[in-house]
Design a protein around this ligand. Sequence first.
Ligand code: THU
Length: 161
Amino acid sequence: MNTKEIKISYEEYLSLDQLSEEDKTLLAKATETTKKAYAPYSGFCVGAAILLDNGEIICGSNQENAAYPSGLCAERVAMFAAASQYPDVAMKTIAITAHTDKFEIDIPVSPCGSCRQVMAEYEHKQQKHIKIILKGASGKILIINGIENLLPFVFNADNLK
Ligand code: THU
């Protein structure tokens, strides 16, 4: 056996006050966007807000469907909207949070594998790391710089050559 280890890193904050104004504003937008979620089946309302390099903020919420797999996560709604409206502008930061009436979400919302893969695609396209901010309804906030810290052994266009 030849076990190897890889290191991933992230920042942890216990309060919003510890964040920069820019990150706080983006998280506030994500929180506001949870109210626009269409989540009649799960009741889990997610909001994502993306700050682009040109200063624009593009938001998205999860959109569910009676045919469950036809729905889409907030992160991909936001990323696809940003990439369609501003195909040539890099994504600087994405803030993600969630709310549900069913229980207190006190751990940071962690993007699903498909959303991580989509983040990896845009990061690779723009050749610049995306900052990922994760928060629950309460509790600590995580900041992850670059998708490799969220999706080690990433599969991207380099693997196709
Ligand atoms: N969901 C998101 O929108 N983003 C995440 O990071 C986790 C899950 C959505 C999908 C579904 O509408 C609901 O939350 C429950 O899984």
